[in-house]
Design a protein around this ligand. Structure first.
Ligand code: NAG
Ligand code: NAG
Ligand code: NAG
Ligand code: NAG
Ligand code: NAG
Length: 441
């Protein structure tokens, strides 16, 4: 299957020096992120028995924090400065509790890093670590070079990164097998294997031999060639600090009155995009149905990115349609889970082949799959599902919320967090993957 290029592409031109200094100043003034020279204090609570100890590399800042100095030009469509604030959670959402943020869909690499830095299983002693987290902000790097025509230049930081890794003493112990990176964008952005498609914007990071020895956590794995790639949730908007906050949200979602059968938050795609062809059908049927709620996301509007609007809508529908778009996966899947809305899939690669660490393998228990022969009558197909079945699916979906959530990075400063979040699940599964339950020697 041919993949269409990601929507966010191409950024160009040298930024005038002045604007660099200005952005730097803005960041320093408004936002705080840990300075690479002063790591946050070691965690205060205990690492649970069944979780691995991990070490976080203190990388040269050009691989992570330095990129943030250019936050205005990290992405052609969006000024990323507000989004990289609060260590990648973004700005706080007004009108809700302090654990809601306007989090950008492609910042899992920052959100994961922030949480890992203060995680109770982090160790500052590499000799006692089972796993090594290498916090390269590869997604931000990739999007900042989508428009770089010179491919050598576009790949440069990726190549420097893999050189750096092989010069680390702990790399050689296991040839990098116990090392992992987290990338906040889809794997396709790092797998350019054909230079004739170079305007795709991608670099070659995930094809470099060093990276092939590591485990790559990504919001979208390449389903056929992504042997060492594992899907992690896109970050949504809720970053709770404790269990009670989480359970009250689950309760709210459970009680929510669902006035409509289905809903769709999204826009159309060009006819050339075969993968997203079903979107035309969805928009037409949703518009025509009194049973469908919709937020249209046409170019130039930001309505689809207003967390309140999106969640309120998803909380009023039984089902949330999740067609592929620019790629197979969507952040919207995780928004709908957060809203207790049962996801409806049109491709197995939107979730089933992606997030095996997170989602039960009996997919029919928590989601609906519509084959292409069913696309012309979505309402009719969904209408056939019995109320009791929908309720059972919703119970499963609501149970998934904790593990799909990135807890607020400050959690461990107080008591135990009280639930396993997306980072906890990743650490446990990584450990199993790398050591099959054995401890490294
Ligand atoms: C591309 O970038 C590399 C690295 O900066 C440089 O050495 C090379 O001359 C550039 N090539 C062209 C055609 O500009
Ligand atoms: C990758 O791992 C293999 C062993 O499985 C090792 O021979 C090779 O040198 C490693 N590559 C790098 C770049 O470390
Ligand atoms: C949980 O976190 C919220 C938000 O920080 C706070 O208001 C609340 O007091 C906390 N509850 C408990 C039981 O710690
Ligand atoms: C949606 O439906 C209305 C009538 O209910 C119609 O006027 C409008 O053209 C439709 N829009 C689309 C995109 O189909
Ligand atoms: C599905 O998941 C269950 C429980 O996690 C596991 O026991 C079972 O082997 C899995 N089945 C397949 C086909 O992966």
């Amino acid at each position: 299957m041919a993949l269409s290029p990601p929507r966010e592409r191409k950024h160009s031109k040298l930024i005038p020096l002045l604007s660099i200094f200005f952005s730097l100043w803005i960041i320093l003034l408004l936002f705080s992120f840990p300075s690479p020279s002063s790591p946050p204090p070691p965690p205060t609570s205990q690492c649970p028995q069944d979780m691995p100890k991990f070490y976080i590399y203190n990388l040269p800042s050009n691989f992570n924090h330095h990129l943030l100095h250019h936050c205005k030009s990290l992405n052609i469509y969006t000024n990323m400065c507000p989004y990289v604030s609060n260590e990648g959670l973004g700005r706080q959402l007004s009108g809700k509790s302090s654990s809601w943020f306007v989090t950008h869909q492609f910042l899992a690499e920052m959100v994961f890093h922030a949480r890992a830095l203060r995680h109770p299983c982090r160790t500052l002693d590499p000799t006692s670590a089972n796993l090594f987290h290498v916090p390269f902000y590869a997604g931000l790097y990739a999007s900042s070079h989508f428009r770089t025509a010179n491919l050598t230049l576009r790949d440069e930081l990726a190549v420097t990164f893999s050189d750096y890794l092989t010069r680390q003493p702990h790399w050689h112990r296991h040839h990098g097998r116990d090392h992992f990176i987290v990338v906040g964008r889809t794997a396709w952005d790092f797998m350019r294997n054909d230079d004739s498609t170079a305007d795709f914007g991608a670099n070659r990071l995930l094809l470099l031999p060093e990276i092939k020895n590591m485990t790559v956590l990504t919001v979208e794995r390449q389903p056929w060639a992504g042997r060492n790639q594992y899907g992690i949730p896109y970050p949504s908007y809720f970053h709770p600090r404790n269990r009670s906050e989480l359970t009250s949200w689950q309760e709210l979602v459970r009680k929510s009155t669902r006035t409509h059968l289905f809903s769709f938050v999204g826009g159309s795609r060009p006819a050339a995009n075969q993968m997203a062809a079903v979107r035309g059908e969805i928009l037409k049927q949703c518009n025509a149905s009194a049973q469908c709620l919709q937020v249209e996301c046409e170019a130039g509007t930001s309505r689809c990115y207003e967390p309140d609007r999106v969640l309120n809508l998803m909380m009023r529908a039984e089902f949330c349609l999740q067609p592929p778009g620019d790629s197979f996966t969507r952040r919207s899947v995780f928004d709908s889970i957060l809203a207790g809305c049962v996801p409806v899939f049109f491709s197995e690669h939107t979730a089933y082949t992606q997030y095996k660490w997170y989602m039960p393998n009996r997919t029919q228990d928590w989601s609906v799959f519509l084959g292409s022969d069913q696309w012309i009558r979505i309402e009719e197909e969904l209408g056939k599902i019995q109320k009791i079945q929908i309720q059972q699916m919703r119970i499963q979906i609501i149970d998934l919320i904790p593990s799909m959530t990135y807890a607020h990075p400050d959690v461990v400063h107080g008591d135990e967090i009280g639930f396993r979040d997306a980072v906890d699940v990743a650490l446990v599964e990584l450990n199993r993957l790398v050591w099959s339950g054995r401890k490294p020697v």
